[in-house]
Ligand binder design. Structure first.
Ligand code: SF4
Length: 170
């Protein structure tokens, strides 16, 4: 697939629930995790949609005002790691922060569970909301997460210190 294409599930122009402030949320199509109780089963089959140019998504983000950041969700954005990185780098050029949800843990991504491109993509993310949704650990009190196993990880600090550093601890 052309790196400048995205299998796109949808977009929310002004989200208040996918990270701090007002965020533009991009929902990637495609997820291999099949978590029981997933709220977005329609996003699992990547090929249920036709890919669209990443430039269209970036253009829409650029035209928005009053954004604090962009959140990449899904589906699992790490299932399209080159696309994730292209969008994240463009968002940083605009001057906005990048949060990314994934069903893989930070440690699994670093170990190569989603491939080399996913390890590269980590270098372009500010905060990673990691791990699968686990129904038995579901909680409405977790900030920006669905279950208590999921973490908010400051990715750049984690890469620097060779351990997962929680965003909330900073
Ligand atoms: S990682 Fe997210 S989108 Fe994928 S199956 Fe789990 S809850 Fe659903």
């Amino acid at each position: 697939m052309d790196v400048q294409q995205i299998f796109l599930s949808g977009e929310v122009r002004h989200s208040l629930v996918d990270g701090p402030g007002i965020r533009y949320t991009v929902f990637f199509q495609g997820c291999p995790h099949a978590c029981p109780g997933c709220q977005n089963p329609d996003t699992h089959d990547m090929y249920a949609v036709s890919p669209v140019p990443v430039s269209e998504v970036i253009g829409r983000i650029r035209r928005e005002r009053f954004l604090d950041g962009v959140t990449l969700s899904g589906g699992d954005p790490m299932a399209q790691p080159e696309t994730l990185k292209a969008i994240a780098d463009a968002v940083h050029e605009i001057g906005l922060s990048v949060w990314t949800y994934t069903g893989w843990t930070y440690e699994a991504l670093l170990a190569g569970a989603a491939g080399e491109a996913a390890i590269e993509a980590l270098h372009s993310i500010d905060v990673l909301v990691d791990g699968p949704f686990i129904m038995d650990l579901k909680s409405s009190e977790c900030l920006y997460r669905g279950s208590t196993n999921q973490r908010l990880i400051d990715v750049q600090k984690s890469l620097e210190s060779n351990r997962a550093v929680n965003w909330e601890d900073i």
